[in-house]
Design a protein around this ligand. Structure first.
Ligand SMILES: NC(=O)c1ccc[n+]([C@@H]2O[C@H](COP(=O)([O-])OP(=O)(O)OC[C@H]3O[C@@H](n4cnc5c(N)ncnc54)[C@H](OP(=O)(O)O)[C@@H]3O)[C@@H](O)[C@H]2O)c1
Length: 331
């Protein structure tokens, strides 16, 4: 089989040659494991800090496979709950076949169509957005909710959930083209462009009364600009720091004076703390995806060999919606 390995640890923005596609022996399912044929691979920003040694687990060394979530079909199993053909999601690696502990897979509800949504809006990305807005920040009708990386996997769900709670959702994106998609497909009332001048001024124009909830996916100058617009008692959900994932050294933090002035609350979000709410999230989101009131766009890339480029491109903002790689196994 084929798999993608680390060729060398990225310096700054990752490039395709930091990865290599290699032949490898197809793994065998050991005791308590199932063998999966990979159909889809999830492309996620956290891989960048992981490769830089700034994540919860140590980075794979050169020649070692790239870790990531996959959606695959069970091909070998002696677990009666997981017969051959069952579609599951697992934390694994960028490979055509993976062997994973049977206790660590999540069965994909056949009602999820297309199944790849189980890696995005109906998977960890959806749970992240849902936890941020339904558990941590809970916007009320009439609130103004700002979301950064607003057209991405997490942000696109967060913005829609804000709107569905009756709030006015405003996005921050990296281009005018994305702003148009974010408003058209995800229902943002307006979008600011973090690559255009004077982000704080743009936010002042788009949210003259200020921001009640900020769902932060990026940190850095976008966070700083958002903090300067907080209303009194604002809630900030700190979800991601993609602005600094390529940096070797931690940049200086934002000026937190406006947090004091606004009597605001900042809450860190780690999706893994909310895994016990998975069923609750799916009960709410699945019917909405089915009836079209929650739109899910995917940035689909074809073939395992395209995974490294897809990862580099996602960090540069080329995606709209969830980035996934489709392998030929996918039906
Ligand atoms: N806390 C948790 O448990 C948890 C779980 C999942 C994800 N996350 C975090 O959530 C964030 C979004 O993840 P995702 O999977 O949904 O990715 P995504 O939004 O689909 O893709 C990343 C997007 O980030 C934007 N971006 C990149 N560099 C930026 C910068 N310097 N300033 C502003 N925007 C920038 C780009 O969009 P633009 O074109 O709009 O710039 C890009 O499309 C990431 O920070 C990720 O680490 C956290």
């Amino acid at each position: 089989m084929r798999q993608v390995v680390v060729a060398r640890h990225p310096q700054g923005a990752p490039v395709e040659t930091d990865f290599a596609l290699v032949e490898a022996r197809r793994p065998r399912a050991g005791a308590g494991e199932v063998l999966l044929a990979t159909e889809w691979i999830s492309i996620d920003p956290y891989l960048r800090p992981l490769l830089g040694g700034r994540y919860l687990v140590p980075p794979p060394g050169p020649g070692e496979p790239v870790p990531g979530s996959v959606l695959g079909r069970v091909v070998v199993s002696d677990d009666p709950r997981l017969p051959a053909g069952t579609r599951v999601v697992a934390d694994a690696r960028w490979a055509e076949y993976v062997a994973v502990p049977a206790t660590r897979v999540r069965i994909v509800d056949p009602a999820i169509q297309p199944p790849s949504l189980a890696l995005g809006a109906l998977g960890l990305a959806g749970l992240t957005a849902w936890a941020g807005l339904r558990v941590l920040a809970t916007p009320k009708p009439g609130d103004t909710v700002l979301v950064s990386a607003a057209a991405g996997a997490v942000g696109s769900v967060a913005g829609q959930l804000a709107r569905l709670s009756g709030a006015r959702a405003i996005g921050v994106v990296g281009s005018a083209r994305k702003a148009a998609v974010a408003m058209d497909a995800f229902g943002y009332a307006a979008c600011a462009d973090h690559r255009a001048p004077d982000l704080a001024g743009q936010l002042a124009a788009l949210a003259p009364e200020g921001i009640d909830v900020y769902f932060d996916n990026v940190g850095g100058p976008v966070l700083e600009a958002a903090l300067s617009r907080l209303r009194r008692n604002a809630r900030v959900v700190l979800c991601g720091l993609i602005d600094q994932y390529n940096a070797a050294v931690r940049p200086p933090g934002p000026n937190l004076g406006p947090v004091i002035a606004a009597r605001a609350t900042l809450t860190g979000l780690v999706v893994h703390d909310h895994l016990d709410r998975w069923a609750q999230m799916q009960r709410e989101l699945l019917p909405r995806v089915a009836d079209g009131s929650l739109r899910c766009l995917e940035h689909v890339v074809e073939g395992l060999d395209a995974a490294p480029r897809a990862f580099c491109a996602m960090l540069q903002g080329e995606n709209v919606g969830k980035t996934v790689v489709r392998l030929p196994e996918a039906a």
